[in-house]
Design a protein around this ligand. Sequence first.
Ligand code: CO
Length: 214
Amino acid sequence: MKPTPKDLFKRNIEWARSKLAMDDQFFSKLNDIQTPNYLWIGCSDSRVPANEIVGMDPGELFVHRNVANVVPHSDANCLAVIQYAVEVLEVEHIIVTGHYNCGGIRAALEDTDHGQIDNWLANIKDVLRQHYSEITALPTQQEQIDRLCELNVEEQVRNVARTTIAQKAWRNKKELTVHGWVYGLQDGLLRDLNVDIDNADQIHEAYRINSNSE
Ligand code: CO
């Protein structure tokens, strides 16, 4: 049976009690300030719960999720999260985490009409277009989806680095590393794609902004 909204309140009470049983200051400590060192940018998929996967408590992970973990250049929502994380919370790590068998990636590979979300998925289609021959040469749909999941993460890592926010942080000599990881639904494990960016020299010069005015 699916849990009802009422059940969620019951579960909430149980959860809060269990946290207090381990540490009676658990919530009072969190009430004052949050000092996460990580921003997680992940997929909205219900099977990829950010905090749980990396064993982090409330207060340790700042989270932004959308369909297929995309960082569009001018998405006000995503950019606001990145700016707040970098400039106010001063996180030192931004982790873009995709996941294999992502429904958003699967939909982007299709030519079916999914409605308005196809405009959002055009961000993924941009990645597909750039790697079209590599992706379409893969023999199975599963392999195509999973490879596009990886390539999408790589591109979104670059998109984070291309933001004015990351570039400003690096100009100001702040520690900031953007990571690209992929989560396996089938085994619960994260894989590092080893595509870290931690300085502005790694950004294509077309995107580079050098300001002397700050
Ligand atoms: Co997904």
